[in-house]
Design a binder for this molecule. Structure first.
Ligand code: SF4
Ligand code: SF4
Length: 408
């Protein structure tokens, strides 16, 4: 990732941690100069051992650099690119500066844009405000319209926080249907009240709660897996499936899509796919620091113990290093296990993952029939071990009595 404007941004989102980084460089004007850009481009390309290289431009707000900066960056990429190497560019933006000129340039040079959008107007504007405290939804949507108009490829990056976490389907359907997103990434907002160093597990009021995050992902997954598989890509869902079933490795977990796939560890040794010894050491440290509760956890393969920055809880045994969102991750990855296995089985048979929609529809229909046939005193078909009349049969009667939904 390159941050040519450092942490500088034209917005001032309430949960932003980049803005604070500007204090690390009190005398900087936060603009990467030409000499550094050239040096970086040359070194970065020379360090690669893979045939496709991605420059990931990030901020703060990287569009603050202006168009000429990126024209220069592309010229330098062309100058230092050895024959046979493909160079891709990805850029993460808040979208408020996107206009026709930017979008023509981005389309022409095949940039992949990551756009920050937290959901419909009220949910987005809850924390994403400019420096004057004004809402930004209108400006982001204008930027998004320009991306669409010029055919620029984009992903949506949505943060999950106290304001939108209880509205999973509203957020997902808005991003899918109104924003037209095909690639979506959800990022949990976890802000520690005491900063990063202490042992206090308190988090800010803006932070998503662990169980709430699990419910958020689960609700979206249930809609996605019954209608959108193969058409909408949600990074968290892809990672759970990808790592389990076929060993594909992606350049960056922000951009899990075919274009950014580095390769497959079955065809190329993993060591040739990753960039550097430091990256390997980071990955190994991430695993080595896991508490016993994670090491013996059934969903470790998908969760990996979560982001190290959020491992500030203690396990039931008092061991340090448990992920703050553990409860949510465990609930979510457990919930998706069965559909994910169905999907992986389809892929192993050389069929499309989207077939899972049919498999689940068959299962749902079969389950409805079992419920419809269930005797009052027979065991409940849900497998609870209780009599039907004391379990789902009772719920069905209650719903019927309320006049809402008598069918289970
Ligand atoms: S747009 Fe991004 S960098 Fe700018 S204030 Fe918001 S979160 Fe921070
Ligand atoms: S779900 Fe919890 S226990 Fe399991 S790997 Fe993730 S953080 Fe660790």
């Amino acid at each position: 990732m390159v941050k040519p404007a450092g942490g500088e941004c034209n917005l001032s989102c309430a949960y932003c941690y980049y803005l604070a980084k500007t204090h690390l460089y009190p005398h900087s004007r936060f603009r990467m100069d030409e000499a550094l850009l050239e040096d970086f481009t040359r070194q970065y390309i020379a360090a690669q051992r893979v045939p496709e290289v991605t420059f990931a431009w990030q901020g703060g707000e990287p569009l603050l650099m202006g168009l000429p900066f990126y024209e220069r960056a592309l010229a330098l990429q062309r100058r230092y690119r050895p024959a046979g190497m493909r160079i891709a560019n990805a850029l993460q933006t808040n979208g408020t500066l996107l206009d026709a000129a930017w979008c023509r340039f981005l389309r022409q040079h095949d940039f992949l844009i990551g756009l920050s959008l937290d959901g419909p107007r009220e949910l987005h504007d809850a924390y994403r405000r400019d420096r004057a405290g004004r809402p930004t939804f209108e400006r982001v949507m204008a930027g998004l319209a320009a991306l669409h108009e010029h055919g620029v490829a984009f992903n949506i990056l949505a943060t999950v926080h106290a304001a939108n976490a209880e509205h999973p389907l509203e957020v997902y359907r808005f991003l899918r249907d109104e924003a037209g997103a095909r690639f979506i990434q959800f990022i949990p907002i976890v802000e520690r009240s005491t900063g990063n160093g202490g042992t206090d597990a308190a988090v800010s009021s803006r932070s998503v709660r662990p169980a709430q995050y699990g419910r958020f992902l689960t609700a979206i997954f249930d809609e996605w897996v019954r209608r959108d598989v193969g058409e909408v890509f949600v990074q968290t869902f892809d990672m759970a499936l990808v790592l389990e079933h076929n060993g594909d490795l992606y350049a960056c977990d922000h951009f899990v899509e075919p274009r950014y796939r580095l390769g497959n560890i079955a065809q190329t040794p993993l060591v040739e796919l990753v960039g550097s010894a430091q990256q390997r050491a980071f990955g190994e440290a991430k695993r080595a620091a896991l508490p016993q509760q994670c090491r013996s956890c059934a969903v470790l393969f998908a969760c990996h113990g979560g982001c190290p920055k959020d491992r500030f809880l203690r396990t039931a045994d008092g061991e340090a290093g448990l992920q703050y969102l553990c409860e949510g991750y465990r609930a979510f990855f457990t919930h998706v296990d069965h559909p994910m296995r169905l999907m992986a089985a389809e892929l192993r048979q050389g069929r499309h993952a989207r077939n899972v929609i049919l498999r689940l529809a068959e299962e749902d229909a079969e389950r409805s029939q079992r419920w419809a046939r269930a005797e009052r005193n027979a065991p409940c078909p849900c497998g609870s071990g209780r009599k039907f009349k004391h379990c789902h049969g009772r719920i069905g009667r209650m719903r019927g009595a309320e006049g809402t939904d008598a069918a289970i």
